[in-house]
Design a protein around this ligand. Structure first.
Ligand SMILES: [Mn+2]
Length: 339
């Protein structure tokens, strides 16, 4: 192993990894390709560097790995955090800004001997012993790829596939505003290391069940576009009953916001999904420079400037009543400011 060659924060995390014998890693609740890919990529690289360390891969929720992400090398190693009773020497939180976002793994965070974070979300406060946070990074996987290069570990095809999936999914297949040169550079190195973009796309985007596509049809049919002075808002929704009737699970619904996003001439997009506990999950996207994370924040959520979310206590109609006026104001103000 060569000399560690990275930032001070990366060096600190590398030191924590070095000192730990047992390590647990978790990403955020309702995990996506970046949360799971970052955890698996990092953990398996640590095992490559230090074969004697014990790495556990935790799921924040009591749910299986989403179907389209089960192809990730190592996915079968995830265990629910609620069933993990050990106290690891080190807990590493990936793709999550604070311990409240890792659901059942929050307890592991607070009992672990030491804590480290790799993340690209804005955070109000840091509570871990060492943090590598870059809110400009397109995906947490980009940060981890950089960290791994600094360690000199060999990125094998399995690790490369995990990290590449994080980048592909968080950039919307390199279509979102965050698809920058650093994301492409990371992706190029990962493909050179053995990640296969076609294989990833086949699993993530071309393996849908007909049930999901029927729900997608419903969401398309309901699409609404509201013109606002100088711009427009598009939205659609699916109730919990819609999901049940179509036979679709909530973790399959991540792509539905992209239907709304695909409408031309729209500045901001909203997709609402009813949850099993009678609440509404809202996803917001900005197609311009407008900051939707502020609107998500007002509703108790958060996220990035161009991609944010919140959970609303009430019906879909009530949620629309709360969000749409805020989005109208955002678009109208942006228009005045020349955004
Ligand atoms: Mn992410």
């Amino acid at each position: 192993m060569g000399e560690f060659n990275g930032s001070a924060a990366c060096a600190r995390i590398f030191e924590l990894i070095n000192q730990a014998q047992t390590i647990a890693i978790s990403g955020h609740t309702s995990p996506d390709g970046d949360a799971l890919g970052s955890a698996l990529g990092l953990g398996q690289a640590i095992e490559g560097l230090f074969p004697n360390k014990r790495v556990s891969f935790l799921l924040a929720d009591d749910a299986e790995v989403p179907r389209v992400l089960r192809f990730l090398p190592g996915a079968e190693r995830f265990e629910p955090a609620s069933a993990y009773t050990a106290t690891p020497d080190l807990f590493i939180m990936v793709d999550s800004p604070h311990p409240g976002r890792v659901n059942h793994a929050e307890d592991v965070f607070y009992r672990a001997g030491a804590t480290a974070v790799f993340d690209h979300h804005p955070a109000a406060a840091e509570v871990a012993d060492a943090v590598v946070r870059d809110t400009r990074a397109a995906a947490c996987a980009v940060i981890i790829e950089k960290f791994l290069r600094a360690t000199g570990v060999e990125i094998d095809p399995a690790i490369a596939t995990c990290l590449m999936t994080g980048i592909v999914t968080d950039t919307g297949r390199f279509q979102y505003q965050n698809a920058d040169a650093a994301a492409f550079a990371s992706a190029a190195r990962l493909v050179a290391a053995g990640a296969d973009p076609a294989w990833i796309a086949l699993n993530v985007y071309q393996s849908q069940r007909p049930e999901y596509l029927r729900l997608k049809g419903l969401v398309m049919k309901r699409l609404m576009v509201c013109p606002v002075e100088g711009g427009a808002i598009a939205y659609s929704f699916a109730t919990h009953e819609d999901l049940e009737r179509c036979g679709v699970s909530p973790d399959e619904c991540d792509g539905l916001i992209d239907i709304v996003r695909s409408v031309g001439g729209v500045d901001v997009c909203l997709f609402l999904r009813g949850t099993a506990d009678g609440r509404v999950r809202g996803n917001l996207r900005s197609k311009s420079a407008l900051d939707v994370s502020a609107v998500a924040g007002e509703l108790g959520g958060g996220g990035h400037v161009a991609a944010a979310g919140f959970t609303f206590a009430g019906t879909v109609d009530e949620a629309l009543g709360a969000v749409l006026p805020r989005l109208r104001a955002l678009v109208a103000e942006g228009e005045q400011a020349g955004a």
